[in-house]
Design a protein around this ligand. Structure first.
Ligand SMILES: Cc1cc2nc3c(=O)[nH]c(=O)nc-3n(C[C@H](O)[C@H](O)[C@H](O)COP(=O)(O)OP(=O)(O)OC[C@H]3O[C@@H](n4cnc5c(N)ncnc54)[C@H](O)[C@@H]3O)c2cc1C
Length: 424
């Protein structure tokens, strides 16, 4: 059986609301503890998984290994960078988001031993499990761009929507921009939300117009990719936006260095290998990304690229029947988004439950993912598509068009869906 459609709406249909009053347990007394289910990572995928299974398995049977005190709704960071929302609106305390009946093991997983059903943590705990869900997302590799961290820390004109410590720099950089090159980058690795590197560019370009500096600005999108977007229908729409807004796109350009003292950025031309220098007055960096090292070094669990090697239909590990993975760190070959996670959680719930009952996984994931491509503070193209890059649209209208309704869906409705439905 396959499932299609708008993932959050889909989850909404399946929701059961129940009042749960439970006590909250954290770390140190848990050494050597064994759980029915261990979830590694408390982000979008980990929290949603814990919510679904804590209710099902009951108190004390589910543990989440997650070091962070904060849980972020990262899809809001485009709007934070655009000056439309604040970082605090995208943030909740992890203790409030994780289900109360699961044990929160507040540290980092440092290694996985799937042959012995054990995860070891940074502080030396050995956590045993019957079933494991890996949802530890992406690591941001700013350090792979020479000078990027220094520039992000010291140059007010270098910003990045991708991390909590850099996202608040973006809007001041846009607001204070007076002209010159405004450069937006896309790295040479898989990334989360492949639309986000250009969404902030459209918001910045719009702000430059409103601030009266557009005629002095050269807006440049330097992307490692050879296309503007991976789905033809939406790529065609975006190319029209780019043309009408006078944006310059350079394909196959990968940012390799930033010299913030001279306001210069160096890009590698991926076709010729040559290095090209671009002066900047504003530089928005999307960093290269990889799965966290703790996962990558477990060669039994991951594929050659470091992603948890899963069956793309069932989300089950190709080697270990008691291991599943969802979200950015899994090998499911779809665009990495929270919307994809929302769709995957429904599949995971059904398939992992079946395995727990000694049955085979029964639901098939079609690769559903979604990217609300914001093009202005009141316009958005809602891209929804599957593994084969075929549109998989929810609404009976042409979603390839810029629409204010889709913008409000993204800005106002989706955060509500995330906090109140997907994570509960
Ligand atoms: C700027 C930006 C814009 C985006 N826009 C959109 C959008 O419009 N729509 C959309 O659907 N998606 C969007 N996304 C993508 C979306 O946020 C991610 O795809 C989603 O959060 C992935 O969920 P995840 O659970 O796989 O990873 P995450 O939510 O990143 O969670 C991973 C968790 O694992 C934890 N962790 C890491 N290492 C370890 C370890 N060793 N041990 C234990 N825990 C660990 C981390 O602390 C984190 O809490 C955007 C993201 C960004 C940054």
């Amino acid at each position: 059986m396959a499932v299609t459609g708008f993932a959050p709406l889909r989850s909404c249909r399946n929701l059961t609301f129940c009042a749960i009053s439970r006590t909250f347990a954290t770390t140190t007394a848990l050494e050597q503890k064994k759980y029915k289910l261990v979830v590694v990572g408390g982000g979008a995928g980990g929290c949603a998984t814990a919510a679904k299974f804590s209710r099902k398995l009951g108190k004390g049977n589910v543990a989440v290994i997650e070091p962070s005190e904060e849980h972020y709704y990262q899809p809001m960071w485009t709007l934070v960078g655009g000056g439309i929302k604040t970082l605090s609106q995208s943030t909740k305390s992890m203790s409030k988001v994780l289900p109360k009946s699961c044990d929160w093991i507040k540290t980092r997983a440092s290694s996985f031993d799937p042959d012995n059903n054990t995860v070891t943590t940074d502080d030396g705990q050995k956590i045993k499990y019957d079933y494991l869900v890996v949802a530890i997302g992406f690591h941001l590799d700013y350090d792979k761009i020479d000078g990027a961290i220094d520039a992000l820390k010291n140059d007010p004109n270098v910003c990045s929507n991708y991390a909590s410590w850099t996202v608040e720099k973006t809007y001041p950089a846009i607001k204070n921009f007076q002209g010159g090159n405004a450069i937006f980058t896309f790295p040479n690795t898989p990334i989360k939300c492949a639309g986000a590197p250009q969404k902030i560019m459209y918001l910045a370009e719009d702000a430059f117009r409103r601030n009266g500096v557009r005629d002095k600005a050269n807006v440049i999108f330097n992307t490692s990719l050879g296309v503007i977007f991976g789905v033809k229908k939406y790529a065609n729409s975006l190319l029209k936006v780019i043309e009408s807004r006078g944006i310059n796109v350079n394909y196959k350009r990968n940012l390799v260095a930033v010299d913030h003292k001279n306001r210069e950025s160096i890009f590698e031309n991926l076709d010729t290998g040559e290095k090209e220098k671009f002066e900047y007055k504003l530089l928005h960096i999307t960093p290269p990304m990889s799965t966290p090292e703790a996962l990558r070094k477990c060669t039994q669990l991951v594929n050659a690229a470091g992603f948890v090697d899963i069956n793309k239909d069932t989300l089950q590990s190709t080697k270990y029947k008691n291991v599943f993975s969802i979200g950015d760190c899994s090998s499911a070959p779809t665009s990495k988004t929270a919307a994809a996670v929302a769709a995957q959680v429904g599949i995971l719930k059904k398939n992992l439950s079946a395995v727990m009952e000694g049955k085979e996984p029964e639901l098939t994931y079609d690769g559903y993912t979604s990217c609300p491509l914001i093009t202005a503070p009141n316009k958005c193209i809602l891209a929804e598509f599957d593994y084969d890059a075929n549109p998989l649209e929810t609404f009976p209208i042409d979603q390839g068009k810029e629409r204010w309704t889709m913008y409000h869906l993204k800005k106002d409705f989706m955060p509500h869906m995330y906090w109140n439905l997907m994570l509960t």
